[in-house]
Design a protein around this ligand. Sequence first.
Ligand SMILES: [Zn+2]
Length: 263
Amino acid sequence: MPEGDTIHYAANRIRPVLEGRVPDALETPHPRFRRDRWPERLAGRAVRSVDAHGKHLFLRFEGGLTIHSHLRMTGSWRVLEPGARWPRSPRSAWLRIRRDESEVLQFNGPVLELMTDSRKRLDRRIAGLGPDILAPELDEATFLRRLREDDPTRPIGEALLQQQAIAGIGNLWKVEGCFAAGIDPWRRTGDVADAEVLAILHETRPRMQVSATDGMQDRFRVIHGRAGQPCPRCAQAGTVSPIRARGQGDDNRLTYWCPSCQR
Ligand SMILES: [Zn+2]
């Protein structure tokens, strides 16, 4: 699933191909970009930096122009190294950037736009983002302040998805983080102590850091998608407790939890 670690992993792969370089070619094959003239507007400009914040990825070009992408549930980034094959045609990409023999491709990411720096500063989706869970230094004070400003009756699982409090956690990491910390995702946020909320982050962050480095997110899936199966932690203690699942929050994202060992 495209969550913060997926996006940081993509940025880590794209960076060595593009950073500090002028792309040899840039195309937007998808018809929705036909009138936007990205190839002309970006021609001859070097990529200053490639970075991620939460689930957002930014390709910053010289001259104050930035490509902003958010994959939501459907999109993906691919980096094709020389000689590599990819089962989908690069022609079905929405964005295609070539440099030497490598290609950077974006497929189906519903947010893909070319922004000026001034527009980016004013964009509320970006300016309002909370601290990135994968930032080199985790800003816990800002996270806790933003969390406590939010609705205290919201279940903690849902609160962790609010990108203005903490950027980068999606449904998978919310489920696994609450499970690892032994916190019931249905508890009202106002009833969850700071130390407990931080415990969820401290379980989640190192796993996401590893996944952002090697792209292998699935290995951290312990209870997500396993409704009805016995909880592995309770099983070790000799009890059988099936994992439960129920939709949570405005988007009704399926939340998995063990009612016995998550309090
Ligand atoms: Zn359990």
